[in-house]
Write a protein that binds this ligand. Structure first.
Ligand code: GTP
Length: 231
């Protein structure tokens, strides 16, 4: 899968190194030339987090990587950076290279240049921010296929986007959907595990093997009522 956006101009990329968030709090994600990835490029699945500034891309990644949420702890991401993460799928190690992009408009041409060779995009909006949802809709219109969309699932009292609106948008474009929360951790692991499973099955598909059904997997695994119990 190589989702490409017709709306995306290319530009010289500005990137951040691996483990940009290792120190946790108050990380200023300044653009630097990154070291070469440690893994064999052929075996690494490139997943990109996409969404407006402040929707929680960095927080989602940190929750997945380090299992913690520190409110208001990250400066706006500058450019783009990646974190390598191994996920175990049916006893096989799947290497995800997860790229966290800057959501700010001024970095758009830089971050869009990376979509071309992505294996998966996770599109995020903030359920309290209507324009972040509208921008995901716009992005989906521009892209071709195979996207996984994810949204935050706490902040219910300030919700501006109903869950069924997110589900409807995902159905429109035939992409899987779930609401997640970097704050509570709800569905965070699942979002990345589903990507890892899908990519592993694509890479190892044998003619007689039944196809992995990512929609069904997510539907069977996701916590749907979680949002209501946190506020
Ligand atoms: N309540 C709640 N707040 C969240 C959640 N995820 C992120 N936040 C908060 O939202 C703000 C923005 O989060 P970031 O992770 O920096 O957002 P980002 O999308 O990486 O932003 P850019 O780097 O500018 O693109 C921070 O104050 C976070 O603490 C969540 O799931 N629930």
């Amino acid at each position: 899968m190589a989702p490409i956006s017709a709306c995306c101009p290319t530009a010289s990329p500005e990137i951040n190194p691996d483990s940009a968030y290792a120190s946790g709090e108050n990380t200023e994600n300044q653009a630097k030339t990154p070291p070469a990835p440690n893994y064999d490029e052929d075996l690494v699945h490139k997943t990109i987090l996409v969404g407006d500034s402040g929707v929680g891309k960095t927080s989602l990644l940190v929750q997945f990587d380090q299992g913690k949420f520190i409110p208001g702890s990250f400066s706006a991401t500058v450019g783009i950076g990646f974190t390598n993460k191994e996920v175990s799928v049916d006893n096989v190690k799947v290497k995800l290279q997860i790229w966290d992009t800057a959501g700010q408009e001024r970095f758009r041409s830089v971050t869009h240049a990376y979509y071309r060779d992505a294996h998966a995009l996770l599109l995020l909006y903030d359920i309290t921010n209507k324009s972040s949802y509208d921008n995901i809709r716009f992005g989906l219109q521009c892209m071709h296929e195979g996207l996984q969309k994810s949204t935050v699932a706490d902040m219910n009292s300030e919700r501006a986007i109903r869950r069924d609106e997110g589900e409807r948008l995902a159905r429109e474009y035939s992409v899987p959907f779930m609401e997640t929360s970097a704050k509570t951790g709800v569905n965070v692991e699942l979002a990345f595990t589903a990507v890892a499973k899908e990519l592993k099955h694509r890479a190892a598909q044998h003619p007689n093997e039944s196809k992995f059904q990512i929609h069904e997997y997510i539907e069977s695994q996701k916590e749907k009522s979680a949002c209501c119990s946190y506020f």
